[in-house]
Each structure stands twice: as C-alpha cells, then as structure tokens.
Design a protein around this ligand. Structure first.
Ligand SMILES: [Ca+2]
Ligand SMILES: [Ca+2]
Ligand SMILES: [Ca+2]
Ligand SMILES: [Ca+2]
Length: 280
C-alpha cells in the first residue's frame, strides 16, 4: 500500500456504526480504496428519523495526490519527470546553487519522478523549501473541492478553525491577491499562505467533530443530533438552562429567536464553540 494520507472522499450510503461490519470487505486499486460495510443502516427519512436497518454501504477513500499534481504542473515537456531545468523554474527566483535536486533524486537518474517527490513531503532541513512545496500541493488538492484547478475564496476557508470570522480570511485573501481563485503554480509560489500547521489542526478538529456527531446521534441514529442528544455533552443533573445556553451558541441562534430542535452535521462541524467532549 502506498504511504500517504487516506481521506474519506465519499460515502456511497449511510454511516457505519457498531454492528455494520465496516471493513467486512475491502478493494484496493492503486490510489483508491473501497471499504464495504454490508450491514450499515440507512437513514431513509431525515425528517422523521426513519432508519432502514442493514442496507449496506461502501466507503470510498483516496490517497492524497499532491505529488502527481505537482509533477503534472511543472513537467513542461510532459515526459512524466522533472528535469533540473523544470525544477529550477518552480522557484520564483531560482537560487544560484540548487542543492535540493540531487538529494531528492534518490535513484540518481538525473530526473525526479513522482515517488521521489512524494518522499519530500513534510521534509525539513535542506529540503525544507521543497517540503513546503509538496505540503502545499497536498493542501491544494484537498481544498480545490470542485477540481477546477483553482482554490477559491470559499475553498480556502477550511484552512482556518471552525467559527473564524470572515474578516480575517478576507484580509488574507486580499494579501494573496486571490481574486477569482489561486491557480496551482501561484499557490506553490505564494509568499504568505496561511500556515499549514494551523490547517492540519483545523482539519483534525473537524474530523473529531464529525466523529463526535455520529457518537451523539448513536442513540437513535436519526442522522441528526437533537437537543436531547446534545445534552449528552453534560453530566446528568446539569440545569437545562446551562445546556440551552450552550445549544444556543452551538446552533448560532440569536437571543430573540426560539431554539431549534436539531443541528445539522455541517453546522455542528462549523460551530464557533462546542462544549468539551465527554469522551476525551
Ligand atoms: Ca519533464
Ligand atoms: Ca530520479
Ligand atoms: Ca476550485
Ligand atoms: Ca439523533
């Protein structure tokens, strides 16, 4: 199996929980992985919370393809390899002496292939600049969700923590001269992208919240978290005013508005503030 980060791309149906036999069958094809959960339950009606049990699902995962997009973008003669000249052309200002190339060219072929590029990810020391390029490439592939070859203003938002005000994001976007979207070469060469460390943290938090949402919903598997499931955040006996106040914050409900009965997965993931998880 190839090294890299496996990201869930698409669930063809349902949400796997205990008893769904997630991983009952798997199929691996190069960069793609299919995982079967033959007894997954399927939410047949989100409105009523009706669940059709044991309908089965297939989960679809794909390995990050930052290195291949990187290679494709800077491989000017389309031979599937990066020559020293093509490599130098990536730098906004090529350095007098380029020392990274021979280090990345681990088979000493005089050319860089995709595997050699992939090995540079998260590199430090002499390969720091190249490491950042490849990390940026990976982030680009993840963020360009409509795959039009540009990261748009909306697509860059996941680089910040949930609940970040759009003002700060707008300022960064302006500084990056983002306009209608940032194409791949500009993304790699950009002076000041938001820090990838913060992006990784924001990504981890969102993934954690996604799992938490499923856990909260596991009492009735309605596909939605209701107010009483949200109460699982709190010790039994907690005053309902305390829970309601947290519910108001989580659902982003203004003071003069009545509280909603449910919170959607997206709103939950992007909530400015959630109570501390009771399972941590
Ligand atoms: Ca080439
Ligand atoms: Ca090589
Ligand atoms: Ca895009
Ligand atoms: Ca529920």
């Amino acid at each position: 199996m190839e090294d890299g980060t496996w990201t869930e791309q698409l669930t063809l149906q349902g949400i796997a929980t205990t008893g769904d036999a997630f991983g009952f069958s798997i199929a691996l094809d190069g960069k793609r992985l299919l995982v079967g959960a033959p007894w997954d339950d399927f939410l047949s009606s989100p409105a009523t919370g009706n669940v059709s049990p044991d309908q089965g699902s297939v989960f679809f995962y794909e390995i990050g393809s930052g290195a291949s997009v990187f290679l494709g973008s800077f491989d000017l003669n389309h031979d599937g390899l990066l020559s020293p000249d093509e490599w130098r052309s990536i730098y906004p200002t090529p350095p007098k002496k380029e020392s990274a190339f021979p280090l990345i060219d681990s088979d000493e072929s005089g050319m860089l292939d995709e595997e050699e590029l992939r090995a540079v990810q998260n590199a430090k020391g002499v390969l720091k600049t190249s490491g950042i390029w490849l990390d940026r490439a990976e982030a680009f592939v993840e963020l360009d969700t409509d795959q039009d070859g540009r990261v748009s203003r909306a697509e860059i938002e996941p680089m910040w923590a949930p609940g970040t005000s759009s003002k700060g994001i707008d300022a960064t976007w302006k500084r990056l001269k983002g306009g209608e979207g940032i194409d791949f070469p500009s993304w790699i060469r950009a002076n000041s992208l938001p820090p990838l460390v913060a992006y990784e943290k924001a990504k981890a938090l969102r993934a954690e919240r996604r799992t938490l949402y499923r856990m909260l919903d596991s009492s009735d598997e309605s596909g939605l978290v209701e107010r009483d499931e949200f109460a699982l955040f709190f010790r039994s006996g907690t005053r309902f005013q305390v829970i309601d106040a947290a519910w108001r914050v989580a659902t982003g409900t203004p003071k003069d508005q009545p509280l909603p009965g449910t919170i959607s997965l997206t709103d939950f993931i992007e909530a400015p503030k959630l109570p501390k998880s009771p399972w941590k």
